[in-house]
Design a protein around this ligand. Structure first.
Ligand code: MTE
Ligand code: MO
Length: 339
């Protein structure tokens, strides 16, 4: 029979010593004289600011949470107590166009992290004031932190100051600077942007914007600012670049088969001799893009269901002969805009 912990531990995780709760991340904020408050702003009908006492006066719930840190320690069945996120969202009345939620810390670097709003709700996100029967200690995010069950612990923001409802995603601190995966599902081992990367490699790639000749299959780089990226010769099969800023990026000779580039800003990017077979460019801005000698078999530029079409004109360079590699509908769409 399997031991309890072996059943519940996601891949690559190890149990922390039972009495240990590791401290991870930035230092606790400096003491300031005004009282702690938590605000909710952005795409809401009624912005609010609550004091700690007001939060404590709301209905408290207790949840048993399995904590999984991306640095590979786990603690199963921690008890967190506080206010359900949904209670605050109902009071503030979330606008229909809010798709993302960002949590911002009272901290020197304005640390933040974000989630799809639907995920935050489905995962029963908690505004936690207590852990294992005690008020949250300062090093663990006290007086008030976020706890997101079912995501690596970097989505559980310490020292909560602000909740922001957003139409578009805003990558958090670790996600933007260290290449942490934006979905962060431990059961799928979504630690860093690409499954093969280490933390150091992910951070280096992001900082240098240099993916050249790297094996980054299935990388999740959605929503990122990667203007000027050098991805010459990179292996980017199944990559996700939805909504990313890739202006001026160089993908010459790269393999982007089945990659997702929907809604990406690709102005003046180059795909010379690249393999973009099966790639999806619906809704992308392709003005000034160079596709000469690229392989376009099965790639798509307009999606009939979502009515989302790439933006292109005579500055988009595609070999006339390459149109034969596309379906008649895709080819007709390109022909009418380019020539
Ligand atoms: N404000 C803030 N919250 C944060 C971090 C941080 O650096 N700053 N680090 C995150 C990371 S990477 C982890 S693993 C957990 C660690 O929480 P703990 O120190 O209570 O174990 O906090 C998360 N929340
Ligand atoms: Mo972490």
């Amino acid at each position: 029979m399997l031991h309890h912990s072996e059943v519940k531990l996601p891949p690559g995780q190890q149990l922390a010593a039972p009495t240990k709760w590791p401290v991870v991340g930035e230092r606790a904020p400096k003491k300031i004289d005004h009282p702690w408050t938590v605000a909710i702003i952005g795409r809401v009908a009624q912005p609010f600011t609550w004091t700690l006492d007001e939060l404590r006066a709301m209905p408290q719930i207790e949840q048993s949470v399995d904590v999984h840190c991306v640095t590979r320690w786990s603690k199963l069945g921690m008890r967190f107590r506080g206010v359900s996120l949904i209670v605050l969202l109902e009071k503030a009345r979330v606008a229909p166009d809010a798709s993302y939620i960002s949590f911002v810390a009272r901290s020197e670097r304005n640390h933040s992290t974000s989630l799809l709003l639907a995920d935050a709700l489905e995962l029963n996100t908690l505004i936690a004031l207590e852990a294992d029967g005690e008020p949250l200690s300062e090093i663990h995010g006290g007086p008030v932190r976020i706890v997101v069950p079912g995501r690596y612990f970097y989505k559980s923001l310490k020292w909560l100051a602000r909740i922001e409802l957003l139409r578009d995603d805003r990558l958090g601190f670790w996600e933007a600077t260290a290449g942490y995966h934006n979905e962060a599902d431990p059961t799928r081992e979504q630690r860093y942007m690409a499954p093969t990367l280490t933390k150091q490699e992910a951070a280096r790639l992001i900082a240098a914007r240099d993916f050249s000749n790297c094996d980054l299959r299935s990388i999740d780089a959605a929503g990122r600012d990667l203007a000027g990226l050098n991805a010459r010769g990179a292996l980017l099969r199944d990559a996700n670049f939805r909504l990313s800023n890739l202006t001026g990026a160089c993908f010459d000779g790269a393999n982007l088969s089945n990659a997702h580039l929907e809604q990406a800003d690709l102005r003046n990017a180059t795909f010379v001799h690249a393999d973009v077979e099966g790639a999806n460019f619906a809704g992308a801005d392709l003005r000034g893009v160079d596709f000469r000698n690229a392989s376009l078999f099965g790639s798509s530029f307009c999606d009939e269901r979502s009515m989302s079409a790439a933006l292109l004109d005579h500055t988009t360079l595609i070999d006339a002969s390459a149109l034969d590699q596309l379906t008649p509908k895709q080819a007709a769409f390109l022909r009418q805009l380019i020539y």
